[in-house]
Design a protein around this ligand. Structure first.
Ligand SMILES: N[C@@H](CCC(=O)N[C@@H](CS)C(=O)NCC(=O)O)C(=O)O
Length: 226
């Protein structure tokens, strides 16, 4: 029997966009949760590798149940605590949500967010790296296709699958927030105002305000000094 009142523990390095999706979903669901912060690089070492053998972030721990892969985590949270529902009941809307979530993992993160976001933000912040402009330029054609596709799917809807927030919004927003902080975003988002407006709507929500990189780093710092 799953217990929504048992605290959910999010293992992550502060700054992970996938972990932010999980934390934002927990907040949207009003579920009790806490952070288990890892140091930079901690995801590639034991004991974290005992939880997540691929060394990727995040991992959820819930009443002894260990789960990784962000989509699986988000769906678990939606099933454990169905109110508010974050999956549409309409079959085609649910399929569209799943499609956007897979676009996130296969096309937005892979080859786009993990290149441009890493070169511009994560690498400089955590490793003192200088952005490699050639690597960024190589990723741009793919990034254009991804952003154009997301903009088309969104259309004039408030959220990706209509007028209600879904898991798709919660998965994509942290990735786009990273991209939106890069100089490349002006070019990528040109003529795609609907996506900019959607991102602004998402980032205004308490669930995103409370899970910025700075906020999660402050949480980790407070825990370390407690
Ligand atoms: N398919 C995984 C992907 C997770 C992932 O790739 N996370 C990245 C970005 S937050 C990560 O762990 N990066 C840190 C690293 O590779 O050490 C999921 O959905 O959870």
């Amino acid at each position: 029997m799953t217990q929504p009142n048992t605290p959910f523990i999010v293992h992550t390095v502060p700054g992970s966009p996938f972990a932010r999706s999980v934390m934002a979903t927990l907040i949207e669901k009003h579920l009790p949760w806490r952070l288990h912060p890892l140091p930079p690089g901690g995801s590639r070492q034991k004991p974290y590798l005992d939880l997540q053998p691929f060394g990727r972030l995040p991992t959820l721990e819930h009443d002894g149940f260990i789960l990784y892969e962000t989509q699986a985590i988000l769906r678990y949270l939606d099933r454990v605590s169905p109110d508010p529902a974050l999956t549409p009941t309409d079959i085609r809307a649910a399929a569209r949500m799943d499609q956007v979530m897979n676009i996130n993992d296969w096309h937005l993160f892979q080859g786009c967010g993990n290149i441009i976001g890493f070169q511009r933000i994560v690498g400089p912040a955590l490793m003192g790296l200088t952005p490699d402009l050639a690597v960024i330029a190589e990723a741009m054609p793919r990034a254009h296709v991804v952003i154009e596709t997301l903009s088309k799917i969104l259309g004039d809807q408030t959220f990706f699958v209509g007028e209600r927030l879904s898991l798709a919004d919660l998965l994509v927003a942290p990735q786009l927030d990273f991209l939106a902080q890069t100089p490349e975003w002006a070019e990528l988002s040109q003529g795609r105002e609907n996506l900019n407006a959607w991102l602004a709507r998402l980032l205004e929500r308490p669930s995103f305000q409370q899970t910025t990189w700075a906020q999660v780093s402050a949480m980790a710092k407070a825990m370390a000094s407690a």
